[in-house]
Design a protein around this ligand. Structure first.
Ligand code: EPU
Length: 434
């Protein structure tokens, strides 16, 4: 297993280009299943989760080709899908695999998708995805760990077509909204999704689907209306859908500079998508200037502690909680952090404590008392954003920090250590066996 070796204490200086958003790329890749014509996506980030999704789609018969002149542009061809199934071996490594369920049912009237297990950040059930698809007419059973879904009603015993429905999910769910929105694009009649997630990634997916011929309104609000159409068409390379910039990667670099100090310009990003994060950083005393497609961040001295409560978009994102915990660990003052989205998203706390942080957890809240210095140690990454918080802490800690199990980081950050090195961080990947 690869590790990251960080020697802390360097100021960060220069420019970073932000990659396409992981959590937009994953549903967008799955959406290509909806069309019998090739679909081209641009600004696809180079991540392990993207590779896993491509493997999952290939296993069904989807052909994918990265463009020779630009590997972040990929054309996917789902003309011949022979196997509408997502096996456990792939789903267990990436919960977002559930995103094939809606598209498969919508286009083929049947799907077999392994039930994702629990994960480091909580139990994360998919009951709302299932409930919504059932409301659209799917018959779903869970057997031997697999979701077996079929739409009855086709001629000669063949699968039928989903029917539009009004669906109110019990809670706001991001991938749940995405699955149901994709399913509804090819359903008969109108679907209304109430209590829909409003994340920018939902809007990105809706824009892709609309470009493919879907009829969708209200994306980015709590009510999304979809009029089903008979088929969706492809997108040629000239019509390629541009995936939005990764707001969490952006936020992670902002926190890194806020903690380590320095002055960095982030390019190909969008400040409008992370207002809550920028507001908190300013409250912490980090200087932030924004413009069309760029954000400049500057920081010197210790930040001020900032408390927050994670919430659905446009609230403070749970995916930035761990990175802000690292920032607070070296801040002046004490901050209370409340995690309201996931039940178990404080796995980084004990690792930060190994670096000298003062943090007390009480249920879903953590009280962080900033200390003037952290000291390098060996720590273990437990999930994607926890890994990012350990890297940030390592950048400020005195001496060497070795972050183990960085396969979590590789799942969701595009060449993070290379980008950090380019702005002056002393960070290197230690290969397994080295
Ligand atoms: N929930 C249910 N039942 C469901 C669906 C969700 O109980 O059927 C619960 C979850 O257990 C959780 C809450 O509802 O407590 C919200 O979960 P949500 O469904 O919104 O999360 P998700 O769609 O599985 C996406 C992102 C996560 C991000 C969350 C919240 C993708 C691929 N993943 O997950 O990203 O934390 O939304 O914003 O979009 C990450 O990138 O590191 C990451 C974990």
């Amino acid at each position: 297993m690869d590790k990251l070796l960080i020697r802390g204490g360097r100021r960060l200086q220069g420019e970073v280009t932000i990659s396409g958003a992981k959590n937009a790329a994953l549903p967008d890749l799955c959406a290509t299943l909806l069309s019998p014509e090739p679909v081209t996506l641009a600004n696809v980030p180079q991540l392990k989760d993207v590779a896993t999704t491509l493997k999952l789609l290939a296993n069904m018969g989807v052909q994918a080709e990265a463009h020779a002149d630009d590997p972040s542009t990929i054309t996917l061809d789902a003309t011949r899908v022979h196997n509408p199934e997502a096996p456990y071996e792939l789903v267990k490594t990436m919960r977002a695999s559930i995103l094939v369920l809606g598209p498969l049912l919508a286009r083929f009237g049947r799907a077999r998708v392994s039930l994702p297990g629990g994960c480091a950040i909580g139990s994360r059930p998919v009951d709302q995805h299932i409930k919504g698809l059932q409301a659209m007419g799917a018959q779903i059973t869970v057997e031997h760990g697999y979701i077996e879904a079929v739409v009855p009603g086709g001629a000669d015993g063949q699968p039928g077509r989903l029917k539009g429905a009004r669906i109110t999910t019990d809670m706001v769910t991001v991938t749940g909204t995405e699955n149901l929105m994709m399913a509804a694009t090819l359903a008969e009649g109108e679907t209304i999704l109430e209590n829909a997630a409003q994340e920018p990634e939902i809007v990105d997916l809706a824009n892709l689907l609309i470009a493919m011929g879907a009829r969708i309104e209200g994306q980015g609000t709590h009510r999304i209306r979809i009029q089903g159409v008979d088929r969706l068409h492809g997108l040629t390379p000239a019509q390629a859908h541009q995936i939005i910039p990764d707001r969490i990667e952006t936020g992670t670099f902002l926190c890194a500079v806020g903690a380590a100090g320095g002055e960095v310009t982030l390019r190909r990003t969008d400040a409008d998508q992370l207002e809550a994060v920028i507001e908190k950083l300013r409250e912490a005393g980090v200087q932030i200037e924004v413009g069309e497609g760029w954000i400049r961040v500057a920081s010197s001295g210790r930040p001020k502690a900032v408390g927050f409560r994670t919430k659905e978009h446009p609230g403070f994102p749970t995916d930035m909680q761990a990175q802000f915990m690292a920032l607070n660990a070296i801040a002046e003052g004490t901050a209370a952090i409340h995690e309201t989205i996931f039940e178990n998203r404080f796995m980084h706390v004990n690792e930060l404590i190994r670096l000298g942080a003062k943090i007390e957890v009480d249920g879903h809240s953590a009280i962080v008392t900033g200390v003037p210095r952290l000291s390098g140690a060996t720590v273990m990454a437990t999930d994607l954003r926890a890994s990012a918080s350990l890297v940030i802490a390592g950048l400020v800690a005195e001496g060497e920090t070795l972050v183990d199990r960085i396969y979590h980081l590789d799942r969701g950050y595009d060449r993070m250590e290379a980008k950090l090195r380019a702005i002056g961080a002393d960070i290197e990947r230690v290969k397994e066996g080295a």
